[in-house]
Design a protein around this ligand. Structure first.
Ligand code: PBG
Length: 333
């Protein structure tokens, strides 16, 4: 055949392929989510093989391991004791709560690591919702934001670098920015869960924290988070959320989950110049682990290909439970 263009010419050798590679992965792209608890043991999480609930005594070691592999940011999630949960989630702004203590410890022992937090009430709510649930079963917006502001200020005071509101209340980014600035934390950034969908992919995470919506009284508790998290059917709405977050002062925008929402990452990339993060969530992790355990897929190849796809879609950062494994694989080359 007389072909002018033969795209295979540039695929012929590893050197040529490396020269024209458009997207790369680096350990510094990863944000490593860690679960912490009050117990003394490292507790494996059933649906997330390889992920654990860490006691504070073991936490620094795991964070140091991540740092040594090139990871530069961790995000902390608390497994809160049932007795500390309440309707208004007030434990979330206890200066001596699990998260503020974890942050202070890490800032003391490994100050070079960036620390991101999660801002929402669900780990602290006896109802398992990200906000306060009214007697009528409505997740209250403005009342919840007051709690979130107190939570964020406590996290910032403990030393957090990036505050991550995952609650999807309207107007929370602006309110958090103001609350942080009022307390002298204008240097603390906001990584907003901008387009967070009401997704079944969060199942293993809710198991890890025992934080699924549930009814403990006669109050009607919504069984899902559809009145605040986004409808998976919607894409234009993500642009609206992005515009609001940007106006309100978000520093980084996040899309969550990641894999089923690559189109949303791509759309936000074209709409905004802010850095974009993708959250490769617990259910995505569990599926890969389950198939790999059965020998049905090659875990290393599938994980690296998946993480690369987030970058290709337009993400700068990836929250992933695979962070340390992937960083180690990248070092092996
Ligand atoms: C809490 C929160 C959730 C996740 C991160 N922050 C769960 C939820 O919204 O129900 C999910 C993370 C994951 O599945 O890996 N607001």
């Amino acid at each position: 055949m007389e072909l002018t263009y033969r795209p295979r010419r540039l695929r012929r050798t590893p050197a040529l392929r490396a020269m024209v590679r458009e997207t790369t992965l680096a350990a510094a792209d990863f944000i490593y989510p860690l679960f912490v608890h009050e117990g003394a043991e490292v507790e494996p999480i059933g649906a997330m093989p390889g992920a654990n609930r860490w006691p504070l005594a073991e936490l620094t070691g795991e964070v140091r391991r991540a740092w040594d592999l090139g990871v530069r940011c961790v995000v902390l999630f608390p497994k809160v004791a049932e007795g500390l949960k309440s309707e208004d989630g007030a434990e979330c702004f206890n200066e001596n709560g699990l998260i503020p203590r974890a942050i202070r410890q890490l800032k003391q022992e490994i100050p070079q690591m960036a620390i991101m937090t999660d801002v929402a009430l669900d780990p602290y709510s006896c109802d398992g919702h990200d906000g306060i649930v009214s007697e009528e079963g409505v997740v209250l917006n403005d009342e919840t934001i007051e709690q979130l502001c107190k939570q964020a200020v406590v996290q910032a005071r403990a030393g957090a670098d990036l505050i991550g509101p995952s609650d999807m209340m309207d107007g929370r980014v602006g309110a958090l920015r103001e609350a942080l600035d009022d307390e002298g934390f204008e240097h603390v950034g906001i990584i907003s869960y901008t387009a967070k969908y009401s997704s079944a992919y969060y199942g293993p995470f809710r198991e890890a924290l025992d934080s699924a919506p549930r009814s403990t009284s006669s109050k009607p508790i919504p069984k899902n988070k559809d009145t605040y998290q986004m409808d998976p059917a919607n894409s234009r709405e993500a642009i609206t959320e992005a515009q609001l977050d940007e106006q309100e002062g978000a520093d980084i925008m996040m899309v969550k989950p990641g894999l089923a929402y690559l189109d949303i990452i791509y759309r936000l990339r074209n709409e905004s110049e802010l850095p974009i993060a993708a959250y490769n969530v617990s259910g995505e992790y569990a599926m890969v682990k389950a198939a790999a355990e059965r020998g049905w897929i090659d875990e290393r190849a599938v994980v690296l290909e998946t993480l690369l796809s987030f970058k290709r879609a337009g993400a700068d950062l990836i929250l992933t439970y695979h962070a340390c494994d992937a960083a180690a694989w990248l070092l092996e080359g």
